[in-house]
Design a protein around this ligand. Structure first.
Ligand SMILES: O=C(O)[C@H](O)[C@@H](O)[C@H](O)[C@H](O)COP(=O)(O)O
Length: 262
C-alpha cells in the first residue's frame, strides 16, 4: 500500500512548528539545487506567509541552515485577480510578510507574480501564468507537467487548498496547469490557481494549518477524505505530502502523528 501523508503536530507555532518547517524547506531547497541548480517553489496566501516568515527569517543555526534566497524561484499556488498592491493580493501579502523583510545584503529571489495586464480576463490571466511556468520549467525538457521542488499550501476551513474548492468543477481539470475561477466561495471571487495534477505532481507538498478553528475540517480530511481538495492532494501525493500543524488544529483527530525528522 502506498505510504500516507505525514502529519507533524507541534505544541507551539513559533517555538516548534516554525523551526521544523524551516528545516524541511531547507532540505527541499538543497534537493532542488542538487537536481537543477535552482529551487522552484510555489506559495499560497492566507496565514501561510506569516508562518513562513517566522520560519525563514530566523537566524541560521549553523552552516547547513542557510536559506539561499538568490537560488529561489517563487511562484504563486493561487492568486486573486487584483492589482499587485491590492490588499487582497497574495503577492502583496508575501511581499509584506516576507520579501520586504529579507535581511540587507541577502541575494534576492526571482518572484513570478501574475501579469496584471490581464486582470479583466481571468482565462487569459491563467494562460499567461501558465506560459510563465512553461518558460521556467520547459527549458529543461519537454514537460507534460511542471515539477515544483516544493509547494507551500494552506488549508481552508472547508477543506480547500490553493483556489481548489470542494465540489467545484475545477477539481476535474486534467490538462491545464493554471486555471481561472470566477466563483470562488472565499472572496474575492476571481482568481487563478494551480490545478490538482500540478499540485500532486510536485516533489514535496507542505501544508501549514494552525489553530483550533481547523479541528473539524482536519477530522474530515484525515478521517473521512470525502473528496475534499486537501484530501485529494493527500491521496495523490501520499508520503510526498507533509502537514505542519499545531496541536490545537488536530485535537481529537484519529490519524497517526509522526515525530518530525527529515
Ligand atoms: O488565496 C487564498 O485564499 C489562499 O491561497 C488559500 O488557499 C488559503 O491558503 C487558505 O484559504 C487557507 O487560509 P488560512 O491559512 O488563512 O486559513
Amino acid at each position: 500500500m502506498a505510504k500516507q501523508a505525514n502529519l507533524y503536530s507541534f505544541p507551539s507555532v513559533k517555538d516548534n512548528l516554525a523551526p521544523a518547517l524551516r528545516a524541511y524547506v531547507i532540505s527541499c531547497q538543497e534537493a532542488g539545487l542538487a537536481r537543477h541548480g535552482v529551487f522552484k517553489v510555489a506559495v499560497s496566501g492566507g496565514s501561510l506567509p506569516k508562518t513562513l516568515a517566522q520560519a525563514l527569517l530566523a537566524p541560521p543555526s549553523g552552516p547547513n541552515d542557510e536559506v539561499k534566497w538568490d537560488k529561489w524561484e517563487i511562484f504563486f499556488a493561487d492568486e486573486r485577480a487584483v492589482p499587485l498592491d491590492h490588499q487582497d493580493s497574495n503577492y502583496f501579502l508575501l511581499k509584506q510578510e516576507l520579501l520586504d523583510k529579507l535581511p540587507a545584503g541577502t541575494g534576492q529571489p526571482t518572484v513570478h507574480p501574475i501579469d496584471t495586464e490581464y486582470l479583466d480576463d481571468t482565462q487569459e490571466l491563467a494562460d499567461q501564468y501558465e506560459q510563465a511556468l512553461v518558460r521556467s520549467f520547459a527549458s529543461r525538457d519537454s514537460v507534460k507537467l511542471p515539477i515544483f521542488d516544493l509547494l507551500l499550501l494552506g488549508c481552508g476551513p472547508d477543506g480547500h487548498t490553493c483556489s481548489l474548492f470542494p465540489g467545484h468543477e475545477l477539481l476535474r481539470e486534467t490538462s491545464a496547469w493554471v486555471a481561472p475561477i470566477e466563483d470562488s466561495p472565499k472572496p474575492p471571487p476571481k482568481r487563478v490557481t494551480l490545478t490538482l495534477p500540478v499540485v500532486t505532481h510536485a516533489v514535496r507538498i507542505a501544508f501549514v494549518a494552525t489553530g483550533g478553528g481547523k479541528k473539524e475540517i482536519m477530522k474530515q480530511i484525515f478521517e473521512e477524505g470525502a473528496g475534499l481538495p486537501c484530501a485529494l492532494v493527500n491521496e495523490g501525493a501520499g508520503e510526498r505530502a507533509s502537514w505542519f500543524v499545531d496541536n490545537d488544529a488536530v485535537e481529537g483527530v484519529s490519524y497517526p502523528r509522526r515525530p518530525f525528522s527529515l
